[in-house]
Design a binder for this molecule. Sequence first.
Ligand code: PHE
Length: 352
Amino acid sequence: MVDLDQLVEHAKQDFAQAKDPAALEDIKAKYFGKSGILTEMLKGLGKLDPELRKTEGARINHAKSAIEHALQEQRQLFSEQLLQTRLSAESIDVSLPGRGVGSGSLHPVMRTWERVEEIFHSLGFDVAQGPEIENDWFNFTALNSPENHPARSMQDTFYVDGKDATGKQLLLRTHTSPMQIRYASHAVARHLKEYGDLTSLEDIRVIAPGRTYRVDSDATHSPMFHQVEGLWIGRDVSFAALKGIYTSFLRAFFEDDALQFRFRPSYFPFTEPSAEIDLAFPSGKLAGRWLEISGSGQVHPQVIRNMGLDPEEFIGFAFGSGLERLTMLRYGIDDLRLFFENDTRFLAQFSA
Ligand code: PHE
C-alpha cells in the first residue's frame, strides 16, 4: 500500500521547487494529469473489493485535497510575489516636486494694452473699441486718404467678402484711425440730438486700442498687430498739448523721466502737420539710438469736417502707436514673431 503521507510530502516539495507559475502547472500534471499519480490511484480503486474500495477511496481523496491545497498555496505565493515586484517597480518617489497646474497669465501685449489704458485714463481720456471689419469710409475716405493711396491696394490690405451700403468692398481695418471718425462723429451727433447745437460740446478725448491688419509678415511685421489710437479735439488744443500728453505717457509707460523725445516731420493724409515721434533711452542696451514709436499730428481740417465739426472752431491732435512696438521696447524683445508663437517658455516670463 502506498504511503499517502509521504506522497503529500513529495508533492509539497515538488511544488516548492517550481521556479515560476508555468513550472508549477507542469508539476501539477505529475499528480493530476491524465496519467498522473493520483489519477492512476483513483482508477485502480475499481479493482478493489467494495469494502476496501471505500476506505482506500477516502484515504486517496484526503491526500488529493491535501495536495490540491498545497498547489493552491504555491499559486498564491507566486501571485503575491508578482504583486510585490510590480509594486516596487511602480513605486512613486514622494520626495519629487510635483508637476503642478501652471496658472495662466496675460500675454505681454495685453499687459501693455492694460497699462496704456490705465495711463491715458489717468490723463483724462476715455477708452473706446470699434469693429475690426471696416468700410471704406471710416478706414480711408473720411481720413482723407486719396483714391490712389497704396494702403487701399489689394497688396497691402485684407479685403473681406461683402460690401457696404455704397457698394464698396469691406476690409480688415489697416489702423485704429477709423475710431477717430467713429467716436468723434458719434459724440457730435449725440450732443446735437440732446442740445440742438454744439456750443456746450466738451473736448473729445479718447484712446482706442485694438487689433489691426496688413498684408505684411517678417521679423518686424505681422499680418495682425495691435495699435492704440489717441484723439483730443477741442477749441484750443495745440500741438504743444500733443507733445505734453504723449511725452508724459511715455515717461509713465517706461517708468523713466530721463527719456528723450524727438518730433520728426512726416506725412499722413489725415494730419497736418504730421510728426513721427521718436524716443531715446538714456541708458541700457538700447541707449543712444532714436527709436520710432508713434505716428501723430494735428488733425486735418477735412477730417474735422468729417467728424461733423467746423475746422474754424475745432482743432486737435491724434496719434497712433503700435502695442507690440511698445512691448518690445519695454522688455527688450527683438523679434516680433515671439508674440504670436505662443511658446509658454517665452510667455511665462511675463507672468509676474
Ligand atoms: N494711422 C497711422 C498708422 O497706422 C498712425 C497715425 C495715427 C498717424 C494718428 C497720425 C495720427 O501708421
